[in-house]
Design a protein around this ligand. Structure first.
Ligand SMILES: C[S@@+](CC[C@H](N)C(=O)[O-])C[C@H]1O[C@@H](n2cnc3c(N)ncnc32)[C@H](O)[C@@H]1O
Length: 296
């Protein structure tokens, strides 16, 4: 005798078929948030998803076309965690500081799409070579522009129209950490500001543009570290996070991430830094931050 239970799903609800026994099929309702595909009815299946504020990664993921050829890129595992938690398949991630395209590569790999803005034309060329001509129309759109300029919003909107969405569904902000790494000589470059106040002002303009292009209810991530200058800490992370709160973002999480795998081999200089720390009364940075926000 064939015996089984079919739980009927309503027209509007998605269903998931669970095989319990070979001939017993239970159709179970899927419970998701509007911004994620994570099935909360099967939340125990997501043990790979981080839910605490300490993120430690042993090394950089170099699969799927990722590399660390660009000084200052973030590790793909950050995008993997954030996209699964805060985006659905087909959603558009907007990255206002695209750099080497980590956000775009991972978006494609995870069935998401990406619009990336980057100031340096040569960098945009390098990233566009990582995708096929078709992908560059349907899934990945690259814009060479100053993200702090309000005009960037029209360019982003034009790409959103092509991709048939009104707004982006997730925002990534991975700015220069002030002047720690100088990315170009351009005056619009956030790594090239006359002082940290100017950096904060430009950052706030970029964050405002990102806010305006983000769908209500959706999430944003700020990836950043602090710096030392003139014998004291400059809390770039907290200060930039506060700029985002001033704009209207609701702060949801402050995640601390280890920097292992970020840096190129420090080798001989490691001991020198230890000496400097002991001598100067400070501690060597081993962490950076991922601030998570929601547009409410
Ligand atoms: C920290 S890197 C981002 C790295 C990127 N997340 C990755 O994984 O490759 C910051 C990037 O912002 C770019 N940038 C600086 N000022 C900018 C501006 N005003 N508009 C757009 N991009 C800018 C720099 O050229 C640099 O590539």
């Amino acid at each position: 005798m064939i015996w089984g239970i079919m739980v009927k799903a309503s027209n509007t609800k998605k269903v998931r078929i669970q095989e319990q026994k070979p001939d017993l099929r239970i159709v179970k309702e899927v419970k998701t948030k509007p911004y994620s595909d994570i099935d909360l009815n099967n939340w125990k299946d997501y043990s790979h998803i981080k839910t605490d504020t300490w993120w430690e990664f042993a090394s950089r993921d170099k699969s799927n076309g990722h590399s660390n050829e660009y000084h200052g890129n973030y590790i793909p595992q950050i995008a993997q965690q954030l996209y699964e938690r805060f985006t659905k398949k087909g959603d558009i991630v907007l990255d206002m500081f695209l750099g080497s395209g980590t956000s775009a590569i991972e978006a494609l790999h995870m069935g998401r799409r990406c619009i990336g803005v980057e100031l340096k034309p040569e960098q945009v060329d390098i990233v566009s070579n990582k995708f096929s001509p078709k992908e560059l129309v349907t899934d990945i759109n690259l814009i060479c522009s100053d993200s702090a300029n309000e005009e960037v919003k029209e360019k982003i909107q034009a790409r959103l129209d092509v991709m048939r969405r009104d707004k982006a569904q997730f925002l990534v902000l991975h700015p220069p950490y002030d002047d720690i790494i100088k990315f170009s000589d351009k005056k619009e470059d956030l790594s090239n500001c006359a002082n940290t106040e100017e950096f904060y002002n430009l950052f706030k303009k970029v964050a405002q543009n990102g806010y305006d292009m983000l769908e209500k209810g959706r999430f944003a991530a700020l990836i950043i570290g602090d710096k030392y200058a003139n014998g004291e800490i400059v809390p770039l992370g907290a200060d930039c996070a506060n700029k985002m709160r001033e704009i209207g973002f609701k702060m949801k999480a402050v995640i601390v991430k280890n920097m292992e795998g970020n840096e190129r081999a420090k080798g001989k200089t490691a001991n020198l830094w230890r000496y400097r720390a002991l001598n100067g009364g400070f501690y060597i940075f081993k962490h950076e931050y991922i601030y998570v926000f929601q547009k409410v």
